[in-house]
Design a protein around this ligand. Structure first.
Ligand code: SF4
Length: 366
């Protein structure tokens, strides 16, 4: 991405002209329908533990937050939730928790993944597709989980600006370490997902343009982005977002730009997007998102899994109806993997060039 292109992207993100927004969404939607059709794939999200040894300044699960009740679902309960999701046609789940911190937890996870895989495969076909989101682990640990049967991993960079990264994390958490983890996941063979928060204190539109450049450079397969929503019991909530006044609209523009730049990746309409705006799901889909993550965590635990404040949940029937009304199709009984992953594995040189989808000429055409 050239410096001029980055400047232009920052201008598009800064824009408040509704007609430019409409054109941006139309282009993103066209691009998505051309490359991915109208399918929207669910990932049943099981937040199986809210314990975390980390202390990220923005996160409600940080170890310093003594105001939440820590929980860990039982092995059998997690397996039951996963198999129920499979029976309901989800065919892909995401197992998420705070960062794993001990060898015992890793053994638990490896057993869990392989058991879910084995039990679901017995029923029919290739079994459940398993995405993991368990934080920064060692190469060996990622490898063990891959061998157990997981094949997608989400690890958000949160911001591609190393200085901003350091501002929202304690000193022991290191930007380069996160890059190493993303690299390890890719090398092992995972479909790799990352993402950022939008509207962080100290973040600029230029940072966000840099985030898009980062996703392209890392040749990612999956993307999860959403507005930063402060959690009142975190240190970052004390800081005022300075330069991005409308995190929701900026998030929608970021999704649309990402879809145009990376037409064949999987992109999630995040819960954060849906939590801060009544039309968040529809606009997220229109901007190119093709994945939703219905929460399967037992209801009595959900209030203890608040990464950010005011997290909202939609039941399956409403979600399905909202997707249909937006003009898309909730697609069950399929894994819904990222087409980009297969393309890059086939090619010796990753092809992430946004051919025919040149953002930098968008303004000229509008
Ligand atoms: S963002 Fe992740 S690693 Fe950081 S405190 Fe929250 S759960 Fe832990």
């Amino acid at each position: 991405m050239t410096p001029d292109c980055k400047t232009e992207i920052a201008e598009i993100l800064r824009n408040t002209d509704p007609s430019l927004d409409r054109q941006l969404l139309d282009k993103a939607d066209h691009c998505r329908r051309q490359h991915l059709g109208s399918a929207v794939y669910p990932r049943g999200l099981i937040e199986f533990s809210n314990s975390c040894p980390r202390n990220c300044f923005y996160c409600g699960l940080r170890r310093g937050n003594s105001l939440i009740r820590r929980y860990h679902l039982e092995r059998e309960q997690i397996i039951e939730l996963a198999l129920q999701a499979y029976n309901d046609g989800y065919h892909s789940i995401c197992l998420q928790s705070g960062e794993l911190s001990s060898g015992r937890e890793m053994d638990f996870m490896v057993d869990l993944v392989s058991t879910i895989k084995r039990c679901s495969s017995k029923k029919s076909g290739p079994g459940l597709g398993i995405t993991l989101s368990l934080g920064e682990l060692t190469y060996k640990q990622y490898r063990r989980l891959w061998d157990a049967g997981a094949h997608r991993y989400l690890l958000r960079i949160e911001t591609s600006n190393p200085l901003l990264f350091q501002r929202i994390h304690p000193p022991e958490q290191n930007y380069n370490r996160r890059l190493e983890c993303l690299e390890a996941l890719r090398e092992i063979g995972y479909q790799v997902g990352t993402g950022v928060m939008i509207g962080l204190p100290g973040q600029s539109y230029e940072d966000l343009a840099g985030d898009l450049e980062f996703f392209l450079a890392k040749d990612i397969d999956m993307l999860g982005m959403g507005p930063y929503i402060p959690h009142p019991d975190t240190p970052l909530a004390q800081e005022k977002p300075e330069s991005i006044p409308d995190a929701f609209s900026t998030s929608i523009r970021m999704l649309a730009l990402a879809r145009i730049l990376m037409p064949d990746i999987n992109m999630v309409a995040s819960t954060a997007l849906q939590s801060i705006h009544p039309d968040g799901l529809r606009l997220g889909l229109k901007a190119g998102a093709n994945i939703v993550m219905p929460v399967l965590t037992p209801e009595e635990k959900r209030k203890d899994y608040m990464l950010y404040a005011y997290k909202k949940y939609r039941d399956f029937e409403h979600l399905k109806q909202d997707i249909q009304e937006a003009g898309y199709e909730l697609t069950l009984w399929q894994w819904g993997d990222s087409p980009h992953y297969f393309k890059r594995r086939e090619l010796s040189t990753p092809d992430c060039s946004p051919a025919g989808n040149n953002i930098c000429s968008l303004r000229q055409r509008t």
